[in-house]
Design a protein around this ligand. Structure first.
Ligand SMILES: Cc1cc2nc3c(=O)[nH]c(=O)nc-3n(C[C@H](O)[C@H](O)[C@H](O)COP(=O)(O)OP(=O)(O)OC[C@H]3O[C@@H](n4cnc5c(N)ncnc54)[C@H](O)[C@@H]3O)c2cc1C
Ligand SMILES: NC(=O)c1ccc[n+]([C@@H]2O[C@H](COP(=O)([O-])OP(=O)(O)OC[C@H]3O[C@@H](n4cnc5c(N)ncnc54)[C@H](OP(=O)(O)O)[C@@H]3O)[C@@H](O)[C@H]2O)c1
Length: 413
């Protein structure tokens, strides 16, 4: 934004420091101090178009999983982050899905429609970049019932049949709804009036800015599944894996002050990050290495198979060899008959884990919130109980104390 006396002139994008300096000199010279270039940063409402520098699969081709290492450029954005922060990414919907919707609804993709944040665009562009053309919700189904008059939907919506609604929605998307319960929209504007805005997705940052100046790295688990006879994919993870090409996704930094490497550089750090949960810990280790932190570092990592799913294997084994990682405990869940998870390794090495905690250790967990984080929490309580010689109640108090002292932090989703 350029300020001329009291006049604010908005410009397309924030200035680089050089551009700002040059403009300020110009305004000073021409207006005798009557103008200035105010600092305007990129954020959630003004995402930075970021070039993709690297994008590859961390799993072996033979794996059932696909987890991508994605490196993005922050050059010229003025965006700053710390290890532990997350990056917001604005995806684009698949053009084939948009085309299928346009055909099913017999709508003209070139027609102008309003965009969620104001302004207008073509219907095709709006459906690709600005509106959610996948997700269903109870409210959305109620709106669809009003337009379609479908008896099946009426049975689910009007009976407030939560279980039936959930069952109907699981594995279904907008395309299924509009094929199964057709609705005639007057035009593109009528159609987008029922849609929600396409939301950005958050990813734990997998790098330290000290190790990769001007870059930000992500570790993205690609969501693919089949349901109701269709192959489907998560919008953002498949955008990053399949459709980002030479595009520049809009990104912003999402601060996570409560999730940081220990402020005390001598404090031991215990990290539990199975699957994509390893992401922030790559950043923490890079940070501890770059700052020469003297505290010991212990990582628990798990995934289905050692041969195909050992994410960042080379880097982690090099860090172990070089002494940045003092311990690396692995839980490859499907390499033996009985499943082995990170919390089993915590229990196995409980005496040492207890010793690290007693030395002022900071305990951090990242990854699946629905099951893993709960089971790891239970294992932490068990370790404190058994090796600290405490009752369950006393162990719970001890763990509460860790949280209060900011020595138990979680980034779970
Ligand atoms: C703070 C935070 C940090 C995160 N960090 C990371 C990270 O580091 N790495 C990472 O990979 N993710 C991370 N996530 C998750 C990430 O934000 C996205 O949720 C994830 O990538 C999926 O987004 P998507 O757009 O690909 O899928 P979406 O389009 O959002 O689709 C996901 C939806 O698909 C449906 N679905 C998925 N599988 C099935 C199935 N088998 N059957 C039926 N339906 C199914 C479910 O409804 C699910 O909610 C993080 C989330 C948060 C909040
Ligand atoms: N919103 C989304 O659609 C989406 C997309 C991507 C990631 N995520 C989130 O990110 C998490 C990480 O995904 P990811 O694919 O990298 O890894 P993941 O599914 O969490 O799997 C990583 C490892 O954890 C194991 N595991 C399963 N249950 C566990 C438990 N209760 N406790 C400890 N370990 C357990 C898995 O074993 P087994 O598989 O052999 O049981 C596997 O070895 C997901 O679980 C999910 O919460 C969400």
């Amino acid at each position: 934004m350029v300020m001329l006396a009291n006049l604010e002139i908005p410009v397309e994008a924030p200035f680089t420091p050089e551009q700002r300096g040059w403009l300020n000199q110009f305004l000073q010279r021409e207006l005798g101090g009557g103008g200035a270039v105010a600092e305007v940063g990129y954020d959630k409402t003004r995402p930075f178009p970021s070039a993709i520098l690297d994008n590859y699969n961390l799993n072996d081709e033979a794996s059932g999983k696909e987890t991508r290492h994605v490196a993005l450029s922050l050059e010229g954005s003025g965006l700053e982050y710390e290890a532990g922060d997350a990056l917001g990414v604005y995806p684009r919907n698949p053009p084939e899905m948009v085309e299928e919707i346009l055909v099913a609804l017999d709508l003209d993709g070139a027609a102008e429609v309003p965009l969620p944040d104001g302004g207008v665009g073509t219907l095709r562009e709006a459906l690709e970049t600005a509106y959610d053309v996948r997700s269903l919700s109870a409210k959305f189904l109620a709106g669809w019932l009003a337009r379609s008059g479908s008896e099946e939907l009426r049975g689910l919506v009007e009976a407030e049949n939560q279980e039936g609604l959930g069952e109907y929605m699981w594995g279904r998307e907008l395309i299924d709804l509009l094929l199964e319960h057709p609705v005639a929209f007057a035009d593109g504007a009528d159609f987008v009036s029922v849609l929600r805005k396409l939301q950005p997705r958050l990813y734990s940052i997998a790098s330290s800015p000290k190790a990769h100046p001007g870059e930000v790295h992500l570790c993205v688990g690609v969501v693919r599944y089949e349901s109701h006879g269709r192959k489907r994919g998560g919008v953002c993870s498949t955008f990053l894996s399949d459709r980002s090409g030479d595009q520049k996704p809009g990104v912003f930094v999402h601060r996570n002050q409560a999730f940081r490497p220990p402020a005390d550089e001598g404090a031991p750090l215990i990290m539990v990050g199975p699957g994509t949960g390893v992401a922030p810990f790559r950043g923490f280790l890079e940070e501890r290495q770059a700052t020469g932190a003297t505290g010991r570092n212990w990582l628990f990592f798990g995934n289905p198979h050692a041969a195909t799913d050992f994410l960042y294997e080379e880097e982690l084994t090099a860090l172990l060899k070089g002494g940045v990682l003092s311990r690396l405990d692995l839980a490859f869940s499907r390499d033996q008959e009985e499943k082995v998870y990170v919390q089993d390794r915590m229990i196995e090495h409980g005496a040492e884990l207890w010793a690290w905690l007693e030395e002022g250790g900071v305990f951090c967990v990242c990854g699946d919130a629905s099951r893993m984080a709960k089971d790891v929490d239970a294992a932490l309580h068990k370790v404190v109980e058994v090796h600290g010689g405490m009752t369950a109640e006393a162990a719970a108090e001890y763990v509460k104390g860790l949280r209060k002292g900011k020595r138990y932090c979680r980034d779970v989703y």
